[in-house]
Write a protein that binds this ligand. Structure first.
Ligand SMILES: Cc1cc2nc3c(=O)[nH]c(=O)nc-3n(C[C@H](O)[C@H](O)[C@H](O)COP(=O)(O)OP(=O)(O)OC[C@H]3O[C@@H](n4cnc5c(N)ncnc54)[C@H](O)[C@@H]3O)c2cc1C
Ligand code: SF4
Length: 518
């Protein structure tokens, strides 16, 4: 198939980061200003609370090295295979493969592996920069393609910084008591722009190489200085990171068993910009406020079906629940089997809608494929609910010991260790330590560090539940459905319109020929 993309000229070739070890090495020595527990962190990579989140991102490289079909794609910009997180989707299949990669990484890490926000940002900016240029004659799209090619040639991690701290939620950015509650431009020079403000809940930002800053909501003409999209290195001057606490995060500073998942965790931090500089070559929107809502909607369309990541994590939790039932000797009991079936049913419900959103993608005028917005929102709306039910069922199967277990220090203690091994035993042939380990994993995923990723991030990440309901309401075509019902009931009414393959409504996409090659 001919590529719809323009060729981007090759710049200075550098060896891209290919493996997890190379990635971890690339993060060292950057002198980031990161605060955690009231102190500046000398080297984030080596901090025991931060390291598990670094390990999770490293898996995105190692998966691509082990399984290039799943974890990488051929770039039309560089002519080389690049990590799939840096690839712009040139087909519905590319979007489906993103989902499959996300599920696999959820299975491998049992947590948030942090790279999807940047991936979804570059996919949404591809079409938005193209359409701004068409409307205003601006140079954003080619700048953006050059930026993507640079990222691909280096194999970098991009963090997506959309959510502002937002202050009074009922007020627009320019109406806030403090203008810095939304990120905005403070100064423009011949070289570029300076930005100020703070972005909240930023997934994997300290583990990234670059950040893309974007507006978080619909903007009006008075918010022109807030309509800003630009990319800057994570270690640019004027940036401070304030690390977010996660429930039970200090368990990562303790031993092995009590952490639940010692190797992997997610990461969120607040990013504060104090007149941080972005050169013009990395500015992809400056003042085109009428395109802010288009960007937010396209970004969330990609990102809400990216939440199939939670089905990979769900696979692990279902496996943990089945294991604890096995260790307790009840795996074959009918209500246990039925609960495992229910957990699987809920998990696959999320996957089904997410992957269907990708399959039902449509090409944009820039050439990128955009996932189906209705199904993306249905997927994310499931994610705001179903992991909580899966977690509830996992806790049901785990039993109360999940929250009353003594620490691993007791297990190793010369006096009480033997008592613990004797009285906390399940089936005779199962090691008590293994029973404790699986219970700690369930605790980690439903109450501890990785419950941030599995539960609350499922609720609010990519937008709180009401944001999806608004998008679903906009696209539900109630009048068309009423006309269908009235026609069959014999009530005089206009017949429903025939779905059109040129149309932009949800039901048009439902009946569009598969793959868009009609
Ligand atoms: C773990 C985690 C990771 C995240 N990662 C990223 C990331 O990498 N990048 C990024 O940009 N963002 C990220 N987010 C941010 C996420 O998109 C936001 O949390 C989400 O948009 C909700 O915003 P908020 O948290 O400020 O909640 P709030 O805005 O405080 O919302 C709280 C409640 O108030 C309601 N509400 C808010 N405003 C209004 C209004 N005007 N009218 C009516 N109701 C309203 C909401 O519907 C919700 O029920 C992450 C969030 C989490 C929890
Ligand atoms: S929550 Fe899921 S989609 Fe978002 S960055 Fe983490 S793993 Fe990716």
């Amino acid at each position: 198939m001919a590529t719809p993309f323009k060729t981007v000229k090759r710049g200075q070739a550098t060896a891209p980061i290919r493996t997890g070890d190379e990635y971890i090495a690339s993060l060292r020595g950057r002198k980031l200003k990161v605060y955690l527990f009231g102190e500046l962190v000398p080297e984030p990579v080596d901090h025991p609370v931060i390291r598990p989140s670094v390990n999770a991102v490293a898996e995105t490289y190692d998966l691509a090295a082990r399984n290039p079909e799943l974890g990488s794609a051929l770039s039309p910009y560089t002519g080389e295979r690049v990590n799939r997180f840096l690839h712009v989707a040139a087909s519905a299949e590319d979007l489906v493969m993103q989902n499959k990669m996300q599920r696999r990484l959820g299975q491998i890490t049992g947590t948030c592996f942090q790279r999807c926000v940047g991936m979804d940002a570059i996919n949404s900016l591809h079409s938005v920069t193209f359409e701004i240029d068409q409307a205003h004659g601006t140079p954003y799209h080619m700048r953006f393609l050059e930026f993507v090619a640079r990222m691909q040639r280096s194999g970098y991690v991009i963090g997506g910084a959309m959510t502002d701290v937002k202050g009074d939620r009922a007020k627009a950015p320019h109406e806030q008591a403090d203008p810095d509650l939304f990120v905005h431009v403070t100064r423009r020079t011949d070289e570029g722009i300076y930005i100020r403000g703070a972005k909240a809940h930023q997934t994997g930002c300290i583990n990234s190489h670059w950040l893309i800053v974007m507006p978080t909501l619909r903007l009006g003409p008075e918010d022109r200085d807030y309509a800003i999209v630009g990319a800057l290195p994570v270690d640019a001057p004027g940036i401070t990171y304030i690390y977010g606490r996660q429930s039970c995060d200090t368990r990562s500073m303790e031993g092995d068993i009590d952490a639940g998942n010692k190797r992997f965790s997610g990461q969120e931090a607040m990013i504060v910009f104090e007149d941080a500089f972005i050169p013009w070559k990395n500015v992809f929107m400056d003042g085109e406020h009428e395109f802010a809502s288009m960007l937010v909607e396209r970004f969330t369309c990609y990102h809400r079906r990216s939440y199939v990541c939670k089905t990979g994590v769900g696979d692990v939790l279902i496996g943990a629940a089945a294991t604890v039932a096995d260790y307790n000797g009840v795996e074959k009991v009918s209500h246990i089997r039925d609960k495992l079936v229910e957990m699987t049913h809920l998990n696959e419900t999320i996957y089904g809608t997410g992957v269907a959103s990708s399959y039902q993608a449509v090409p944009m005028s820039s050439g990128v494929y955009l996932a189906d917005d209705m199904l993306a929102n249905v997927c994310k709306h499931h994610v705001t609910k179903l992991p909580y039910e899966i977690g509830r069922l996992a806790q049901d199967l785990a039993g109360g010991l999940m929250v009353t277990l003594p620490s691993e220090k007791e297990l190793d203690h010369p006096e009480v260790g033997a008592i613990i091994r004797k009285y906390l035993k399940g089936r005779a042939e199962i090691d008590t330590e293994d029973r404790m380990r699986i219970l700690r994993l369930i605790e980690n995923m439903t109450l501890g560090r990785n419950a941030v990723g599995y539960l609350t991030e499922s609720m609010h990440g990519a937008g709180s539940p009401q944001a999806q309901r608004i998008q679903i309401a906009r696209q539900m075509q109630i009048e068309t459905k009423k006309r269908m019902a009235k026609g069959l009931a014999g009530i005089a009414s206009e017949p429903p319109e025939e779905p059109s393959c040129e149309g932009v409504q949800y039901l048009d996409r439902v009946f569009r020929a598969v793959d868009g090659r009609d």
